[in-house]
Design a protein around this ligand. Structure first.
Ligand SMILES: [Zn+2]
Ligand SMILES: [Zn+2]
Length: 356
């Protein structure tokens, strides 16, 4: 009896596989038609409750990893959307997460290392065309942001004329496109960047020598706070600026793993790359140092991002974290692209979900 059922099941599976193979083209077309109906409605913003929301649109670094875009964070509060750093592929993640570039109110840059700005071109373009925007995208940053924005504008100037010529002035208004630099000056190591509608955004200086200026950002909204470190070694100014934050997003480089990479590349004769692996260890925090900073700041949760090296599997997380869990009393999250953290007003809850 059992044998007959097993044979019957095998025949059914074999027939289903044969049908799937034979009818791949019409079945594929039907699947695509159905999926295409859902793409335009992929909008996470409409369904978000009031609160302070933090999304990770890129947790990687310049080291290639198919699952981690370059540094990219999105903060949503009071109906406004801010992107902090715009690394390569961050735009694609934002779209997949259901956050349209058309809804981005401003980009905030922490510093001008190439991996933090190399997604700015596509962000300017999508912000313009997807929203038929009539004004350039505001890009905030410490002094130097004018130069960066002017460079991107120059690089995209020809593309801009093609878009308007091809799609027309309604879709691609000539007054929009490109970006508008919004530089701010730090006074005493900090600056108020934006204020209004219950939201306060401050920049604070961090330690990424020889890269200067380099800042992190703190967002406060309805009794909740998120701090984003940017790139920094262990920083006393960050600890002071992020006091009592609910979430600190901190860069993290595991020196032991990077030393292993340095030795491997040196043994392979790649001495220049080996030197870079030696150099970068002094201007990023280790997971242990990030944990100490989060503890000293009295943060509720630590999220590690801009991971060096980019870990291909969660199995490696304990090796990456090292002694960090013993140095911070709260939860430590190894950031992954697509994570969303929601902080309801005037509570201590941190809700987590995945958008990818
Ligand atoms: Zn950097
Ligand atoms: Zn970086």
């Amino acid at each position: 009896m059992m044998k007959r059922i097993a044979v019957g099941l095998l025949v059914v599976v074999a027939l289903a596989l044969a049908a799937a193979w034979l009818f791949q083209k019409p079945v594929g077309e039907a699947i695509f038609r159905r999926a295409a109906q859902e793409v335009p409605g992929n909008d996470i913003l409409a369904g978000l409750e009031d609160g302070l929301h933090l999304g990770l649109c890129g947790t990687g670094s310049p080291m290639a990893n198919p699952h981690r875009a370059g540094p990219c964070n999105v903060v949503i509060a009071g109906g406004e959307v801010f992107v902090v750093d715009m690394g390569e592929n961050g735009n694609r993640n934002l779209a997949l997460m259901g956050i349209s570039a058309a809804d981005v109110d401003a980009v905030l840059l922490t510093h001008f290392h190439s991996d933090h700005i190399d997604g700015l071109g596509p962000m300017m373009l999508y912000h313009w065309v997807r929203g038929a925007s009539t004004a350039p995208l505001p890009v905030y940053g410490p002094q130097g942001v004018e130069e960066v924005v002017a460079g991107f504008d120059a690089a995209y100037a020809r593309d801009k004329t093609y878009r308007t010529a091809h799609h027309g002035e309604v879709v691609a208004p000539p007054s929009g496109g490109g970006a508008a630099a919004r530089p701010f000056a730090l006074a005493g190591g900090s600056a108020v960047v934006l204020q209004g509608g219950g939201l306060m955004v401050r920049a604070f200086a961090v330690d990424h020598d020889p890269v200067a200026p380099a800042v992190g950002y703190r967002f406060d909204y309805k009794g909740r706070a998120v701090c984003i470190s940017g790139d920094t070694a262990k920083s006393a100014n960050l600890i002071a600026a992020c006091k009592g934050a609910d979430v600190i997003v901190h860069d993290a480089l595991q020196p032991r793993m990077v030393e292993t990479l340095e030795a491997a590349f040196a043994a392979h004769g790649a001495t220049n790359t080996a030197k870079i692996f030696a150099d970068i260890r002094d201007y990023h925090a280790s997971p242990e140092q990030a944990a100490e900073s989060a503890q000293a700041a009295g943060a509720r949760m630590l999220v590690l991002s801009h991971l060096v090296p980019p870990l291909p599997s969660a199995y490696l997380y304990p090796a990456f974290l090292g002694d960090a869990p013993g140095r911070f009393g709260g939860p430590i999250v190894v950031g992954e692209d697509g994570m969303l953290f929601s902080l309801p007003p005037r509570s201590d809850r941190i809700e987590r979900r995945r958008l990818l």
